[in-house]
Design a protein around this ligand. Structure first.
Ligand SMILES: [Zn+2]
Ligand SMILES: [Zn+2]
Length: 373
C-alpha cells in the first residue's frame, strides 16, 4: 500500500514584525501610533520615548525625554495628540506631541496620588483624566485646569469600576488588566489567579463568565471589535485569541455535601457517617460542569469545556464526561507564544498590529492578521 502523505496544516500565528530595544528598564506601557510607523513608550528607566521607523527598517527615538520619577503608566489620545504619563511619585504629567512626532511640549503636571500611579486614562469627551494609584484612590481631574473634580458621578465608567471592585473584592482576586467593549457593554477583567472574567454590565443580569486559558498571571487585554475577538496575554508570554462570537455559559456554583453525590461515600469530615458505615472518609472534589461534590473515584476523568471557558482540561464527573461530545470540545481560542514575559499589550485595530512589552525590556510588534480575522 502506498504511503499516504498528509501535508501538515499551516499553523496560523502572529508574525513578528519588529523588535524595539534600548530601554534601560522595563517599559511599563507602550502604544502604537495609529497611521504612523511609530511607538510611544514610558519606562521604569524614567524615560518617555517616541520611536519612529527609519529607512533601515529599525525604530529609533525621535523624542527621548527624562522624567523625575519612573514612568508607571500612560494614556495617549490620538485626536488631540495628548499624552498623559503617570509616575511612581504620584504625579501625572501631560504633553502635546507635534504632528510629525518629532517634538513633545509639556503642558501640565499635577499630583494625582500619594503613591505610584497605576492606571491613567484620558477621556476626551469629558476632558477628564481618570487615574488609580497605589494609595487605592480613584481620582478624576479636569484636563483643562488640572483641578481635581473628586466626588462620585454616575457614569458608566465609574459604575463599571465600582461594580467590578465590589464583586472582585468578594472573590479576593487581584485585577491586573481591564478592557471594555462599548458595543456589547461588556467589561473584561484579567487577574493574578490566571483567569479572565467577562462581566455583562450592559445586560444588567449580573452574569460573569470565566475564561481559563492562561497558566500565569493575566497581564493585558484588548478587544478587537471588528472581529469580536478578545486578545489576552500572560506573564509566561502566552497570547490567547478568544472567539467571542460563541455563546458561553456561566460555570455552576460548587455544591456542598457531606458525602459523594454519586456513590454516597462520606467525605473525611463526616465522622458520624464514617463511624456508622465503618468507612474511611474521602476527599471532596467538584465536577466543573455540574458543580456536584464528588469523590475522586467518581470524578476521575478530565475534559476541556470550551463553552464554559475551560480551554484546559478540568475535572468532570463520569456522567458529565459522557455528555460532552467531540463537538463540544472544539477549542474556541487559539494559543500563541510571544517568547517574552509580557507586562503590557496594545492592539492597533487599523493594521491589526499587536505590541507586547516584556520584562526583558524589549517591545515586540506583531502582525495579527493571520489570527485576528
Ligand atoms: Zn463517589
Ligand atoms: Zn458533573
Amino acid at each position: 500500500m502506498a504511503a499516504e502523505i498528509h501535508p501538515k496544516p499551516l499553523t496560523r500565528r502572529p508574525v513578528l514584525l519588529n523588535k524595539i530595544e534600548g530601554s534601560q528598564d522595563v517599559v511599563n506601557t507602550a502604544v502604537i501610533i495609529p497611521k504612523e510607523d511609530g511607538v510611544i513608550s514610558v519606562s521604569e528607566d524614567r524615560t518617555i520615548r517616541i520611536w519612529l521607523k527609519r529607512d533601515s527598517g529599525q525604530y529609533w527615538p525621535s523624542v527621548y525625554h527624562s522624567m523625575p520619577s519612573p514612568c508607571s503608566c500612560m494614556s495617549f489620545n490620538q485626536e488631540t495628540r495628548r499624552l498623559s504619563v503617570g509616575m511612581d511619585n504620584g504625579f501625572i504629567s501631560e504633553f502635546v506631541l507635534a504632528e510629525d512626532y518629532n517634538k513633545m511640549t509639556p503642558s501640565r503636571t499635577f499630583q494625582a496620588h500619594q503613591g505610584r500611579v497605576t492606571v491613567v486614562l484620558f477621556v476626551l469627551e469629558m476632558e477628564w483624566v481618570l487615574s488609580t494609584g497605589q494609595d487605592k484612590n480613584f481620582n478624576w481631574h479636569c484636563s483643562e485646569s488640572g483641578q481635581r473634580l473628586g466626588g462620585y458621578r454616575t457614569t458608566a465608567w465609574v459604575s463599571c469600576l465600582q461594580y467590578l471592585c465590589q464583586t472582585e473584592c468578594v472573590s479576593r482576586k487581584h485585577v491586573t488588566a481591564l478592557c471594555w467593549d462599548p458595543v456589547q457593554r461588556v467589561l473584561f477583567s484579567g487577574s493574578s489567579d490566571h483567569s479572565i472574567i467577562m462581566w455583562d454590565i450592559g445586560g444588567r443580569k449580573g452574569t460573569a463568565i470565566e475564561l481559563q486559558g492562561h497558566n500565569e498571571k493575566v497581564q493585558g487585554l484588548c478587544y478587537a471589535h471588528h472581529t469580536r475577538q478578545l486578545i489576552s496575554c500572560s506573564s509566561d508570554g502566552g497570547i490567547v485569541i478568544w472567539n467571542m462570537d460563541v455563546k458561553r455559559q456561566e460555570t455552576p456554583e460548587w455544591l456542598d455535601s457531606d458525602s459523594c453525590q454519586k456513590c454516597e461515600q462520606p467525605f473525611f469530615w463526616n465522622f458520624k457517617q464514617m463511624w456508622d458505615s465503618k468507612k474511611i472518609g474521602l476527599r471532596q472534589h467538584h465536577c466543573r460542569k455540574c458543580g456536584k461534590a464528588m469523590c475522586g473515584k467518581c470524578s476521575s476523568k478530565r475534559s476541556t469545556i470550551p463553552l464554559m471557558g475551560f480551554e484546559f482540561e478540568v475535572r468532570v464527573c463520569d456522567s458529565c464526561h459522557e455528555s460532552i461530545t467531540d463537538e463540544d470540545r472544539a477549542p474556541t481560542a487559539t494559543f500563541h507564544d510571544s517568547k517574552h514575559s509580557i507586562v503590557h499589550i496594545h492592539y492597533e485595530v487599523t493594521r491589526s498590529w499587536l505590541l507586547t512589552s516584556g520584562a526583558d525590556k524589549i517591545i515586540k510588534l506583531w502582525d495579527m492578521t493571520p489570527v485576528v480575522s
